[in-house]
Ligand binder design. Structure first.
Ligand code: UDP
Ligand code: MG
Length: 312
């Protein structure tokens, strides 16, 4: 196949229940749209039948390339791996494999690409997910926007159409802890958000465990904000000011009224509180140090085990 106009990169981790519907949706999109498309599916070390399904599909269909990672590297790394296989001449659609993001939006996204936008990202206007999940996402994105040193759009995930030059830039970024939606914003160029309604997952459970989700949120914060360190300095300063004021008050009382404060409990509370603050502060610094530690190892970001595409 000569270079397609569009690549669609889709990471898959234990998605055997969705696979057939996913490929069907892609097939009908390819039929309908007047663009040449190659789909790059990335198996992120699935333990179910997903790799087999992918293998078979790619062997029989030249529009579908399958990339297999050597183990589960996580969604962001699977995307990164997919992006490294891009050969599209124009743009790349990044999409989840569970059909929460409708592939059909490609047509609308592409029209914005044609108008000169390098990044067309989807903004989740409505979410069909649990109350707690919706609220946490909501607060997280608002917090991140507030504290981030880049202009981070609200309620957007990785679902987007990005131009070839954006992909090339992303591929050049060696960051070990990846928060792709942030890196995409950081790059600049002309970007636009298109509202859409995020569907429920077509089938199966979310493959983002709580731990993985938390780690993604932390990557967003610690990679795109210096606020955690600054807030500790501020808390420290406030504490010093309060305790100095109190010290002056104690000296004053001792000199003029000859009274000294008593209170073992208060003392204990203050000591424990300060100990807690200090540990939190060290933990926050530790987050940055950990990121330096893993970055300087300079390991490859992911390991590709196998690539399958139909020989033509
Ligand atoms: N995914 C992945 N590796 C993982 C977890 C998830 O490649 O370790 C894929 C998953 O198959 C899906 C996409 O990332 O295509 C988004 O995951 P999911 O839908 O489970 O997350 P949610 O939508 O619940 O945030
Ligand atoms: Mg999902």
């Amino acid at each position: 196949m000569s270079n397609p106009q569009i690549n669609i990169v889709v990471p898959l981790y234990n998605e055997e229940d969705v696979f057939n519907n996913l490929t069907e949706r892609f097939e009908s999109l390819i039929e309908k749209i007047s663009l040449s498309i190659e789909i790059i599916m990335v198996d992120d070390g699935s333990e179910d039948n997903t790799p087999e399904l992918m293998r078979e599909y790619s062997l029989n269909n030249e529009n579908f390339t399958s990339v297999f990672l050597s183990r589960n590297f996580g969604h962001q790394m699977a995307l990164t791996a997919g992006l490294s296989f891009v050969n599209a001449s124009e743009a790349v659609l990044i999409i989840d494999g569970d059909l929460q993001d409708p592939p059909e939006l490609l047509e609308e996204f592409y029209s914005y690409y044609k108008k000169g936008y390098d990044v067309v990202y989807a903004v989740r206007e409505k979410r069909k997910e649990s109350f707690i999940k919706r609220k946490s996402y909501n607060y997280f994105y608002r917090l991140l926007k507030k504290i981030s040193y880049i202009d981070m759009p609200l309620d957007t995930g990785d679902f987007s159409l990005i131009s070839r030059r954006i992909v090339d830039q992303l591929n050049k970024m060696p960051e070990e802890s990846r928060f792709i939606r942030g890196m995409r914003s950081w790059l600049g160029f002309k970007q636009i958000g298109i509202p859409y309604e995020r569907q429920e997952r077509y089938s199966g459970e979310s493959k983002y465990t709580f731990k993985k989700l938390l780690s993604l949120a932390f990557n967003g914060i610690f990679n795109f904000s210096e606020y955690p360190v600054k807030i500790m300095t501020r808390i420290g300063l406030i504490t010093v000011i309060i305790s100095m004021t109190y010290l002056l008050y104690v000296i004053y009382m001792r000199l003029f009224y000859d009274t000294v404060p008593s209170g073992f409990t208060a003392l204990l509370v203050v000591i424990v509180l300060m100990g807690g603050f200090q540990l939190i502060a060290m933990g926050l610094i530790g987050e940055y140090i950990l990121r330096i530690f893993f970055q300087v190892k300079n390991r490859p970001l992911f390991i590709v085990k196998d690539v399958i595409r139909k020989q033509t």
